[in-house]
Design a protein around this ligand. Structure first.
Ligand code: ADP
Length: 268
């Protein structure tokens, strides 16, 4: 049984510019995310994934369609929504310690000292950085810095966590560890997550459902359920016949020549 959507995206369109230079980045995007679901959004580079996430997070107004978060239309940055960006180096404050970075957004919540400290400690321990609270970002590897960004989002305890290609610039081994970290914290915090990626394996490995986007002008080609068992494992899950079939299905959709792409969303 599906609960009411946490996030609802309806007939979203976005066109940059106007007149002869108008560029329709998003042509028709409709999908919803239920509470506690992990939905990945996968599509080719340049298909408008960043535009979509900026609209979902209220940073950008769409030229058409609607987004609602917890039943309310998104007209500005909603409270209760956190984002983890690809560019971890620029998303952390270099002059603040690890703990300081995690603590920083919590000041808006006026939680009091004890609860703030508890959340900082708990979220750093959830990402395996409890021993690094006093270090500065420059003293950490890229993977560790991205863990700090994830801890910062967790401490905020958002209704929805939006992740914008968060592991795109991280080496393969660390990336697998961080994917497993996302699954772990999702389980521990029963979080609702929208994970945007251009990596097909990653989109299937992490998700309960995959929203597959076409190339521009971008539409939802289809939404695919991922009934793979939990806990997932980087080796065993990826050896499953179901995993191989699902990744093949997504890959065929994304790599089909644009002339063959379907203009209408397919629902499953
Ligand atoms: P993705 O994240 O999938 O690579 P983007 O959302 O960054 O895609 O961009 C989608 C399309 O919209 C691209 O063709 C890009 O050039 C265009 N675009 C993005 N931002 C702007 C902007 N501010 N003005 C004009 N065009 C833009």
């Amino acid at each position: 049984m599906r609960t009411a959507p946490m996030l609802d995206v309806s007939s979203l369109t976005h066109t940059y510019g106007g007149g002869t230079t108008a560029h329709t980045a998003l042509a028709d995007i409709t999908f919803s995310v239920a509470e506690g679901e992990l939905v990945s959004v996968v599509g080719p580079s340049g298909c408008g994934k960043t535009t979509l996430l900026r609209i979902l997070s209220g940073l950008q107004r769409p030229t058409g369609g609607e987004v609602s978060f917890q039943g309310r239309p998104v007209t500005g940055v909603p409270e209760g929504l956190a984002m983890v960006f690809q560019d971890y180096a620029r998303s952390l404050y270099p002059w603040q310690t690890v703990a300081g970075n995690v603590r920083f957004p919590l000041r808006h919540l006026r939680l009091g000292r004890a609860e703030t400290d508890r959340r900082v400690h708990e979220s750093l321990s959830a990402v395996g950085l409890e021993g690094h609270a006093g270090k500065y970002p420059s003293q950490l590897s890229g993977g560790m810095q991205q863990r700090v960004a994830i801890a910062r989002a967790l401490a905020y305890q958002p209704g929805v966590l939006l992740m914008d290609e968060p592991f795109a610039s991280i080496d393969a081994q660390t990336r697998e560890d961080l994917e497993d970290l996302v699954l772990h914290v999702r389980e521990r915090y029963a979080m609702t997550i929208v994970f945007v990626t251009h990596d097909i394996d990653e989109s299937v490995y992490l998700a309960d459902r995959v929203v597959v986007l076409s190339g521009p002008p971008t539409r939802v080609m289809t939404t695919i359920d991922v009934p793979l068992p939990h806990p997932r494992d980087q080796i065993e899950t990826k050896e499953l016949r179901e995993f191989v079939a699902l990744r093949g299905e997504v890959a065929r959709l994304i790599r089909r020549p644009s002339t063959e792409r379907t203009a209408e969303p397919i629902s499953r």
